[in-house]
Design a protein around this ligand. Structure first.
Ligand code: GLU
Length: 549
């Protein structure tokens, strides 16, 4: 058959060839070892933790090697396209410090290897497709959905692998005249790969995360161009990753199953495949079983979840790094002062089996991150969050920045700083006692303290409280009140003979704490009093006394 002629009939408008694009998109001049990576999301409008996880791998590989990170939009499926989705993707990733050097940006496309929207690359795909037809490596197929279904049923009945391959791939053998005839009848056609693989064989492929992966070569004549001339993912990513000169393809493990197809496509066109890095799914424990995080069941899959709750991006990134690289935590312990970006991220330290996501661990990391941040940055982060996500709360704290700063500072100094702060909405709850608007309930008094006794203690406290006192003078007064009402000042003594006392000095502190904050546990009550000032302390005591009466 004259394949050149066939290619001309199928792609009459394509006048460029592979050589043209090889020249147009030359090898990049890179420093030794520099990686070129790409994130290739579909514009569905939903950007999730899995995307960020993969994007962080792309970002680290590219930026720590002085390479390039590209954003390519895989928008060939019009049905899945959502208005504004690109902005959502770019903004969400940018919030988490993932910045692209090339590709789609909010101000249009940047770079010499574009277009970066797959929908605008039709001509490039078709030029490669034309080359494949010219070389008898791809063919037009006119098989209809109904015919495919009949083939499928037969295969299932006979216990055979389903698909369009081997003896079932009848259109492989169409003559030139038959093709012409079909075309003259305007029959829709797809372009299929003429596969030469033998699945009985085994092939070792190197995956940068998983090491050596054994695959069985593909023998499916997969569709590479759909009826509308738009490529399938398989073909598009091969063409794009080649011409964009991508060195590392980081993508989810769901693509491992079709890796043989991709390897065959690269070989068929005569290109070198990039280094594949198949990341493990993010998993969670559910009733003792590990399972994939699901869009439907797990709100924590969406990035918005963390932004709304007010996790700092540093915390989330730091946490993702602990699941990405098994040696990160150890490094962090030894290098508390360094930025996460000083850590040398390595693909071979990634796990090939499910990465376990544990929200409790995220909380722990978040506490560490917040306690090691400068207090002004903590306050800034908190206010920015409130302004964006909780306007009502923002209005309450708006003019109280100094007080909020002091409240967050209580107990942060010293060798063993308190780690009370976890994420912004929790931080608000944590200091909400301070704001009269939020102060609604009292926790219970210790069992051994009656309301009458609590009132006596509080009246005494109110009478002696002075803003002039330093911490130890203040404490002496609490001690005196305790002694006066027979609350043990020495815990040891109290533990030995509790029957001799009303309670201990800890109970007295709790009563004061309840009056001032409504809580049994709170940061240092002396410090809180000093921030509130005498009038507000007295007001709170009076209010609690009338509540107890
Ligand atoms: N558009 C594909 C996806 O969102 C990209 C996969 C890849 O990175 O190659 O899953």
């Amino acid at each position: 058959m004259d394949y050149k002629k066939l290619a001309e009939i199928l792609f009459p408008n394509i006048d460029k060839n592979i050589d043209y694009y090889e020249e147009k998109f030359p090898q990049r001049r890179l420093e030794k070892g520099a990686c070129v990576t790409r994130l290739a999301p579909s514009p569905t409008g939903f950007i999730h933790l899995g995307n960020l996880y993969g994007a962080l791998v792309d970002e680290r590989l590219a930026h720590q090697s002085k390479g390039t990170m590209i954003l390519r939009i895989e928008d060939t499926d019009h049905k899945r396209k959502v208005e504004g989705a690109e902005e959502v993707i770019i903004n969400a990733l940018n919030y988490f410090n993932i910045n692209f050097d090339e590709g789609v940006t909010l101000d249009g496309e940047v770079g010499n290897y574009g277009p970066y929207h797959q929908s605008e690359r039709k001509e490039i795909y078709q030029s490669v497709a034309k080359y494949l037809v010219e070389n008898n490596k791809a063919y037009p197929s006119f098989v209809s959905e109904e015919e495919l279904e009949v083939i499928r049923e037969k295969q299932i009945k006979e216990n055979l692998t389903t698909g369009y391959y081997g003896e079932f791939a009848k259109d492989r053998d169409l003559t030139f005249e038959e093709i012409e005839e079909n075309l003259s009848q305007d029959k829709p056609w797809t372009l299929r790969l003429k596969s030469t693989g033998n699945p009985e064989e085994s092939l070792e492929i190197k995956d940068a995360i998983r090491g050596s992966v054994t695959i069985h070569p593909n023998n499916m004549d997969i569709v590479i161009l759909k009826q509308n001339g738009i490529p399938t993912y398989h073909f598009a990513h091969v063409v794009d990753d080649h011409f964009m000169r991508i060195t590392h393809v980081v993508r989810g493990e769901e693509w491992l199953a079709t890796l043989p197809v991709h390897i065959e496509l690269f070989e068929t066109v005569g290109w070198k495949a990039p280094i594949y890095c198949h990341t493990a799914h993010i998993m969670k424990m559910d009733d003792g079983n590990k399972r994939k995080l699901s869009k439907r069941k797990d709100p924590e899959l969406s990035l918005e979840f963390y932004q709304k709750l007010g996790y700092s991006k540093e915390a989330l990134l730091e946490y993702l790094m602990t699941i990405l690289n098994s040696n990160f935590e150890e490094w962090r312990m030894k290098n508390k002062e360094l930025s996460m970006y000083d850590f040398k991220f390595k693909l071979d330290k990634m796990s090939g089996s499910g990465a376990l996501f544990d929200i409790n661990k995220l909380e722990d990391i978040s506490k560490e991150v917040l306690v090691s941040m400068e207090i002004d940055d903590v306050v800034e982060f908190f206010y920015n969050w409130a302004k964006e996500y909780e306007v009502e709360k923002y209005n309450i704290i708006k003019d109280k920045k100094e007080e909020v700063k002091v409240l967050f500072s209580i107990g942060r100094d010293g060798k063993k700083p308190r780690k009370d702060l976890v994420y912004a909405s929790q931080m608000f709850d944590f200091i909400s006692y301070f704001f009269d608007e939020c102060f609604t309930e009292y926790e219970s008094l210790p069992e051994n303290v009656s309301n009458e006794m609590a009132i006596k203690l509080l009246e005494e406290y109110k009478a002696t409280f002075s803003m002039e006192d330093n911490n130890s003078q203040w404490f002496d007064k609490v001690r005196e009140i305790s002694e006066k009402y027979n609350f043990a000042v020495k815990m040891k003594e109290y533990k030995q003979t509790p029957e001799n006392f009303e309670g201990s000095i800890a109970d007295v502190s709790t009563v004061i704490r309840l009056a001032i904050t409504g809580l049994v546990n709170s940061p240092d009550i002396y410090s809180i009093g000093m921030i509130m000032g005498e009038d507000r302390v007295n007001e709170r005591i009076d209010k609690y006394i009338s509540y107890l009466k």
